[in-house]
Design a protein around this ligand. Structure first.
Ligand code: CU
Length: 172
């Protein structure tokens, strides 16, 4: 094997996992705006098909409306927020805290997207990363928990199961 092939193989191995994570399609958004979250699920759990996707809505993200998905049952878990947030002049103190798509079957060799829209309140801090934890459940009881939030000085690349994130920018 030539050194070039060895290097190319190594590069593919290193690059592989980053592409294989559950991530958000749009990774930058302004606070005080409506955001369309597209959670991308690129594989199952160690080869097993995905049968449930749970998205935890972070504090400060309100007015969540998930997009129904053919072949999947859509449920939301509602509850109080930590405080009342301003939503175009109206205080909103409770809403969707979790979105669950279940009952479908996404094979490991296939790819799919799970969508919701939400309002990013101005209580969120610009120039930080907002993390949106996702838990993927599979046939046979396998679970992949995309919930790791990087510690200060670390990045998502330092983790095996980083929570999908998006960079917040100042209000436009
Ligand atoms: Cu992966």
């Amino acid at each position: 094997m030539s050194i070039r092939i060895v290097l190319a193989t190594l590069a593919a191995l290193v690059a592989g996992p980053a592409f294989a994570h559950v991530t958000l399609e749009t990774q930058t958004a302004a606070v005080g705006s409506t955001y369309k979250a597209v959670a991308r699920v690129p594989h199952g759990c160690k080869g097993a098909a995905t049968i449930k996707v749970r998205v935890q809505i972070p504090e400060g993200v309100i007015a969540v409306k998930p997009m129904p998905k053919a072949g999947w049952t859509l449920e939301t878990v509602k509850g109080p927020y930590a405080k009342a947030y301003d939503y175009y002049g109206t205080p909103v103190s409770d809403g969707v805290r979790e979105v669950v798509w279940s009952g479908g079957r996404l094979l490991d060799e296939h790819y799919d997207e799970f969508v919701f829209r939400a309002f990013l309140t101005t209580d969120l801090k610009p120039d930080t990363t907002l993390h949106v934890p996702v838990v993927q459940e599979c046939e046979g009881g396998g679970v992949e928990r995309w919930i790791e939030i990087p510690a200060a000085g670390k990045s998502a690349d330092d983790y095996k199961f980083p929570a999908p994130g998006l960079k917040l920018t100042p209000k436009k």
